[in-house]
Design a binder for this molecule. Structure first.
Ligand code: UDP
Length: 239
């Protein structure tokens, strides 16, 4: 008998940093293989899975803007970084035997399919892993907001955000011994307390569309499937 799953369709958000491993930049092949394996394992539970991948391991628009350069150009470069990560992830998923497709909010038709909800639903209903590249496709946003947007369009029942820590804490657990992990929070509490777990635009969009956000650690192999099965530690933001 299979395990009883709370969610049958999810949006998994992995930051670009999740792919870089110990090397501090770019894509580490072993780490990429592990992330892809985790996604395949989660999919094998019998769920629909969409993936939003960030680009911070390669480029962030703000880093350029901080040095006085044009923010919009920087953000275009950041979005291109997410496309690079998405292509790497698709390649690895296919190498491991899964069917995967990249849809990009920033249209680069020679490289991958441009995003449209119709294309998304077609691939989803054929059982493919859908990777969303290019964030929202617009500057001044982040891939967290892209995750909230695509989750709504995908019909996802929850967003699973993999991070370096196993949930949302009252303070930075690495710096403050008294930091406590929240088991549950509301979207509004995250905004009111100014908890830096996702940017405010992403949390508001998730709240407006009644989509819970589950924060968990990607440090351990198989973390995503465990959390989906109700095991391990996480924080659920809902209601
Ligand atoms: N970006 C953007 N619009 C979006 C999503 C991303 O302009 O909708 C750009 C922005 O410059 C951002 C970069 O792409 O810094 C990489 O995305 P993000 O920082 O969200 O990646 P992560 O932190 O998840 O690795």
């Amino acid at each position: 008998m299979g395990k009883q799953l709370k969610y049958k369709r999810i949006l998994y958000k992995a930051s670009g940093e999740a792919l870089m491993g110990e090397q501090g930049f770019g894509i580490d092949p072993e780490t990429l293989a592990r992330v892809a394996g985790d996604i395949i394992e989660a999919k094998a539970l019998g769920i629909d899975i969409g993936v939003v991948i960030g680009g911070g391991n390669i480029f962030r628009g703000l880093s350029l803007a901080a040095k006085g350069a044009d923010r919009v150009t920087g953000d275009h470069m950041g979005m291109l970084a997410t496309v690079m990560n998405a292509l790497a992830l698709r390649m690895e998923l296919e190498k491991q035997g899964a069917e995967a497709v990249v849809l990009s909010g920033l249209a680069i038709p020679a490289v991958c399919e441009p995003f449209s909800q119709r294309a998304l639903l077609k691939h989803r209903d054929k059982g493919r892993i859908v990777i969303f590249a290019g964030g929202t496709g617009s500057p001044y946003f982040t891939t967290d907001t892209g995750a909230a947007l695509r989750a709504a369009e995908f019909g996802a029942e929850a967003i699973f955000k993999g991070t370096q820590v196993d949930g949302v804490y009252s303070a930075d657990p690495k710096k403050d011994q008294n930091a406590v992990r929240y088991e549950n929070l509301s979207h509004s509490e995250v905004l009111e307390k100014g908890l830096e777990v996702m940017d405010a635009a992403a949390i508001s969009l998730a709240r407006d569309n009644n989509i819970p956000v589950v924060i968990f650690s990607i440090a351990d192999k198989g973390g995503l499937a465990n959390i989906l099965c109700g095991e391990g530690r996480s924080t659920t933001i809902s209601g």
